[in-house]
Design a binder for this molecule. Structure first.
Ligand SMILES: [Fe+2]
Length: 247
């Protein structure tokens, strides 16, 4: 017999974006074709964007756990879209980065979270021209208004980033777009107790880098280049739902 409960449940039930984002899975492969670029663009990605990079170099120089000789080794993330004024940005986020870990080392709040938090309180801008392929690719599924940050994550030959948590207030859900522009053999992105994310060059994922300790390592002789996008995920919810249903 069809009860009212069953009838109501059947009629009202639908897939909710937050059910996917909050589910606890560390990654979801998106049903989205990744960007393919000419080598000049890849070479650009390898160059350090000093204005932005210096922030992290300065911070991470002092961000070492006792006993770790090198907590951070050579990591960089040139900025393509983000806060327009660096000084204003640093002043704004200084009060966000006020926590220390159990060893007394400063804990820096994840930049995706910070960009999202301050997105509409200050000017954000593209740092690349209109016709830059990363910009064109991002704008193929996101308007500028929905973007909080676009940056490269470049991991050089033999570089690594030790197991760590990223610090974020608020929910710790699937959050950022992670597009593997190059993924040379020997690249790994591990999540504790989940194994390595099954990445192939050109894949695009949504990742949760808050809940589980994770690390990256590049055992190859080539640069591993990823595009990181922080954005308003409600604007791509159809894509996320479609990707979930195709898993
Ligand atoms: Fe991380």
């Amino acid at each position: 017999m069809i009860t009212k409960l069953l009838n109501d449940a059947s009629r009202e039930n639908s897939l909710q974006l937050n059910s996917i984002l909050s589910s606890g899975i560390p990654w979801l492969k998106l049903d989205l074709e990744g960007p393919k670029f000419r080598s000049e663009i890849l070479n650009d990605a390898i160059k350090v964007n000093r204005d932005w990079q210096k922030i992290y170099d300065d911070q991470r120089e002092s961000w070492r756990h006792p006993g770790d000789k090198i907590y951070y080794y050579p990591w960089n993330g040139p900025l393509l879209f983000g806060p327009k004024n660096r000084d204003e940005w640093l002043a704004t986020i200084s009060s966000d980065n006020n926590k220390t870990d159990e060893n007394g080392s400063p804990m820096f709040v994840d930049e995706d979270y910070l960009c999202k938090k301050h997105r509409h309180a200050m000017d954000f801008t593209w740092y690349v021209d209109n016709d830059h392929p990363v910009r064109k690719w991002a704008n193929s599924f996101l308007d500028d208004d929905a973007i909080n940050i676009v940056s490269y994550y470049v991991l050089g030959p033999q570089a690594y980033y030790q197991p760590h948590y990223d610090v974020s207030p608020g929910n710790k859900w699937l959050s950022k777009i992670y597009a593997a522009v190059t993924w040379p053999d020997g690249s790994e992105f591990g999540f504790l107790d989940w194994g390595n994310m099954p990445v192939q060059e050109g894949d695009v994922f949504l990742i949760n880098h808050y809940q589980d300790p994770h690390w990256v390592v590049n055992h190859s002789a080539q640069y591993r280049i990823v595009i990181n996008i922080g954005c308003d995920l409600t604007k791509i919810q159809d894509l996320i739902k479609r990707s979930f249903l195709r898993r």
